[in-house]
Write a protein that binds this ligand. Sequence first.
Ligand code: HEM
Length: 495
Amino acid sequence: MLTNFIPDLSIPLALLTVITILSTYWLWTKSRRPYTKYNIPPFPVPAKFIFGHMLMIRSNIRRSLSEWREKVGDIFSLDIGGQHNIVVNGYDNIKELLVKHADKLPDIPRTFRNDVIKEENKGILGASGANWKEQRTVSLAILRTFGVGKNVLAERIEEEVEVYINKLASLKGQPADVKLLTNISVSNVICSIIIGKRFDYDDPYFMTFMEHLNNTVRYGSKMSLLKLFPFLYYTPGDPFYAKRWVKSVLATNEMFAKAYIQEIKKSFNEEEEPTTFIAAYLQELKKRQDKGEPTLMDEANLVAIIRNLFAAGTETTSTTTLWCMLYMLHNPEIQEKVYQEIIANVGSERPPNMHDKQKLTYLNAVIQETQRLASLVPIAIPRIVGTTFEFNGYTLPKGSVILPILDSVLHDKKIWGDPENGDLLHPEELIPFSIGRRVCLGEALAKMELFLFLSSVLQRFQLVPADQTNLPSLEAIIGITCMPQPFKIKFVERR
Ligand code: HEM
């Protein structure tokens, strides 16, 4: 498993790495000592030298976590390379912690990523404290304004869905893997919200931007070891993909965020109602500055927010769409029922819009069940314990990292029965977007996208497996998100 973390490591580099790790470990053992005086949650198995439990977490983390939960209960400790982590399972525990005790978990762990791109506490995803609060509140207010009245959000999504559907039609029913196409299409929705325009799928500027954006996800997921040992960033060459990751992050900042902030500033009129995220943010910033209100808003935050919206808003929504398509292949009778509901309530002459949402109750239930089964973000954003406190009979010491396992709720047999056959009688426990103060900022947008993309796809096409005798696997590839394995599908026109 170690080879996953250090792909191209030569022998001298490996030796250097081991020596540095050992010396750092000594420092960490010192920093861990204070925890021993507390009644911390139990460790499911003894921690191993240096790496703690890190190498014991199997590639199927869902299985490891649920085995340990069965062994020692809902709340347990893990040592990941010297950092004390507290794993929290179950709806009641997660709710109590993220809602009732939110004040005691004000920050998220500092990451080396922000250090290497010299971005200290900026944006939303990687931010903490007062800055996180202000950037989140402003961003949410902008998205809300765009989502009401004329409904800029729905218009932008509908425009993109039309192009997406035509692309699927151009496949002429041939088997295709539509992961990249779906990803690009969902990214384009974010583009049009941020800068007010979409790109053609073959636009060279957009393709280069998409490549950098995908690299930030691809390389980001290979950098696990650097989260624990940040100094390894300085090893010669780029054995940990970190330098390539930095290059792509900086390119997305320059090519998209900074370039379009400058462009929008040129035509910026503070009297006009803003129709882009960038203009709305700049207008709010100007308003606060003119009034002399103290504010942490600035362009560096705007750049980070733009990157966060792409990072958190693309892969999540496009992968959920793919999961729903996959479940439709496995459940043709459910697909047919969804189609009949769309035809009865919308017809086939026009695509569904947001006004149709409340009539398509069966489709809404299918999307919700997709989100539950897919459990797309298995673990919510880790939180740092800010003040030592007592929780369910244990002491959670200051400085420990809390890992809220959303997957443990969405796949909890006690709530849903057999996960393969769940019912939807528990809306409160359906928390794919998490709960509490850091609940997904894009929940409303994601729900609109899922409805508009999926209702249009299922209205126009029958989804047919590439091979009727060998359906694609439902086994997830589990990382930061749970992804289906690559699969091909036929989009057969209904009319
Ligand atoms: C099906 C789609 C999506 C799912 C399942 C999802 C899920 C989540 C989850 C579980 C979190 C962590 C919350 C926590 O730690 O308590 C999160 C955070 C976040 N999401 Fe989403 N998300 C989705 C789509 C989106 C979209 C479309 C956007 C925006 C364009 C977005 C923006 C964010 C942001 C900015 C955060 C960080 C919030 C903060 O730290 O305050 N997400 N999301």
